[in-house]
Design a protein around this ligand. Structure first.
Ligand SMILES: Cc1cc2nc3c(=O)[nH]c(=O)nc-3n(C[C@H](O)[C@H](O)[C@H](O)COP(=O)(O)OP(=O)(O)OC[C@H]3O[C@@H](n4cnc5c(N)ncnc54)[C@H](O)[C@@H]3O)c2cc1C
Length: 543
């Protein structure tokens, strides 16, 4: 065992939240130490040649609108650009392709979207404009919910702002709008099933289904965010974001290490004192930020956990499982139908709102969906450097899968004992490949290689992806917003002074926005109350 010195703050885990938190602390002059158990930085961010040399796949996450639209990017973007991070964007962020070959597109301006929706069903263009007119005046509140520590004076300030602006009934109505399901919001807002099917798949990317509470709010936020922000990706691969964050932390004097697993948070008199690593090394710090699941935090890293809290953490529920398929192609994908499909970053294959709903329901009942929502990502539409010239590369995501498989809704695949064996993984990937080949006419003939990651592979790759849940725990209402991660211990402080909880399992949940890392960095850097009062009084005296 060695004592590796004392630091201002230790960050356990180098997910986007851990890295963003560490970078913000380092920029503010804190001496930070980031410890990562895997052999890469970034957690669910990783770019690698996992099919053939020259094909650079984003193995897990790929799309960065949440990062680019988030507070951490606003504050660190300039520094990260110095460290080589460059964003590429598109005018064709997303589309839904229906089984009959028709496609609906979400584009980059209000005019283009209104025209597209009118093309599909006259009148929905006006509905789009009305939706935007209603959304924008309170966009600060809608996005504020996702960028604020809700159980804090900042959360109270946000609620007060809503009350002052909207009054009692208006605030109640705004709150109801946060809880509506996507099905109710979509069918109430747009007339055509094509419009419903354009936005419904997006709720899967927030860990929800279209019939879940709050999925309507998430669909609206995403619709606006994609129109305004597009679908940015880093040139060279998602890993460039993690690389640049690590370079910035090191430039500011911080330390980042891989293959350094923390087994225990050391406390003294109820306060954080440091961490112990698997090899017995000890690092001291009065602040420890944990980019982990509640299961690990309260079940392993912290000792003397109050029994009621330990029991709640044990009951923390994980969401649906997911699978990734990576294709390397000898030529670009040849889409049948609308020419714009070849230029679109993310194409969803689904029959529509009911199709997504059915697949989610099947997965939640333990079945392999008969007709999954297939997320087809095309990073080459923006970044040709990801593959050799003239080749094709596809990133496929399937977010409607059970962890323990009870059967196949299509009654085709023998699921054996229901665990994610290599055989089950490949059989299910074959079904998805056949679905895609109905629309991408050269898929089978151009296929050079395919690498599939099952839910079990995802869990093995990153200890935070329990059951292959990409989103750090179910986002059902009782585990979301005010109640995330645990109803009895919401927010980011823990029962140990100086130990903070960040990551997808905490508010504002999953995605690359680094919301929790930013909230916690700000809370750590916030001057204590007497200092805040003194600076307010000095400010008043100067006026
Ligand atoms: C397949 C997939 C696709 C996705 N696609 C997108 C997308 O395109 N866009 C998007 O916005 N979001 C996407 N998401 C969601 C998003 O990637 C995640 O929500 C986000 O990256 C999670 O970040 P995090 O900070 O919670 O940490 P994680 O990325 O989970 O990383 C946590 C890190 O902590 C480390 N760690 C844990 N315990 C310890 C320990 N004891 N000691 C040391 N290290 C430890 C882990 O090894 C891991 O590296 C996707 C997720 C997945 C899985």
């Amino acid at each position: 065992m060695a004592e590796l010195g004392s630091y201002d703050a230790i960050v356990i885990g180098s997910g986007v939240n851990g890295l963003a938190c560490a970078a913000l602390l380092a920029k503010a002059g804190r001496n930070v130490y980031v410890l990562e158990r895997s052999d890469w930085f970034g957690g669910a961010i990783k770019t690698a040649e996992i099919t053939r040399p020259g094909f650079h796949h984003d193995v897990f996450s790929a799309w960065h609108p949440l990062w680019v639209g988030g507070a951490a990017h606003a504050r660190l973007g300039g520094d990260l650009a110095r460290h080589g991070l460059e964003y590429l964007n598109t005018d064709h962020p997303t589309a839904t392709l229906y089984p009959d070959g028709e496609a609906a597109f979400l584009l980059r301006t209000a005019e283009a979207n209104a025209a597209e929706l009118d093309r599909l069903s006259p009148g929905d263009g006006a509905a789009w404009r009305t939706m935007l007119d209603e959304f924008f005046p309170n966009a600060d509140l809608a996005f504020g919910v996702l960028g604020t520590e809700l159980w804090s004076r900042h959360g109270a300030t946000l609620a007060l702002r809503a009350y002052r602006r909207l009054g009692r009934n208006g605030t109640a109505e705004f709150g109801a709008g946060l809880l509506i399901s996507a099905r109710d919001w979509l069918t109430q807002t747009f007339g055509s099933e094509r419009a419903h099917g354009l936005l419904a798949p997006w709720v899967l990317h927030t860990g929800l289904g279209p019939d879940a509470a709050a999925s309507g709010y998430m669909a609206a936020v995403i619709a606006v965010a994609v129109q305004e922000g597009g679908m940015p990706i880093p040139r060279g691969g998602g890993a460039r974001l993690a690389d640049a964050l690590v370079a910035l932390i090191r430039e500011q004097g911080g330390t980042c290490e891989t293959e350094a697993e923390v087994t225990h948070v050391i406390t003294r008199d109820g306060r954080a004192a440091g961490v112990e690593l698997r090899n017995g090394d000890v690092i001291r710090a009065p602040i420890v930020v944990c980019n982990v699941t509640p299961t690990q935090l309260y079940g392993r890293l912290l000792g003397n956990v109050p029994p009621a809290l330990a029991a709640q953490a044990q009951r923390f529920r994980y969401g649906r499982s997911e699978m990734q398929i990576h294709f390397a192609l000898s030529e670009p994908a040849a889409w049948e139908g609308d020419d714009r499909l070849a230029k679109t970053a993310i194409v969803h294959l689904t029959p529509g709102l009911d199709g997504v709903s059915r697949a989610v329901n099947e997965a939640e009942r333990g079945l392999l969906p008969a007709e999954a929502t297939v997320v087809v990502g095309q990073p080459l539409t923006m970044d040709p450097s990801r593959a050799p010239a003239g080749k094709g590369l596809l990133w496929i995501q399937l977010q409607e899968l059970p962890w323990q498989v009870k059967g196949d809704a299509a009654a085709e695949i023998d699921v054996a004992d229901g665990t994610w064996t290599a055989v089950l993984r490949e059989r299910y990937a074959d079904r998805i490949q056949a679905r895609l080949a109905r629309h991408v006419t050269n898929l089978e003939q151009a296929l050079l290689d395919r690498t599939v990651l099952s839910p079990a592979d995802l869990e093995r790759a990153n200890v935070n992806l329990v059951h292959g849940d990409p989103y750090g725990g179910s986002l059902a209402l009782d585990q979301n917003f005010l109640w995330r991660p645990l109803a009895g211990a919401p927010g980011h402080r823990t029962f140990v002074e100086g130990v903070w909880h960040v990551g997808a399992s905490t508010h504002p949940g999953p995605g690359l926005g680094a919301g929790s890392g930013t909230i916690v960095a700000d809370a750590i850097l916030e001057p204590p109350v007497p200092k805040r009062l003194a600076s307010k009084l000095t400010g008043l005296a100067r006026r």
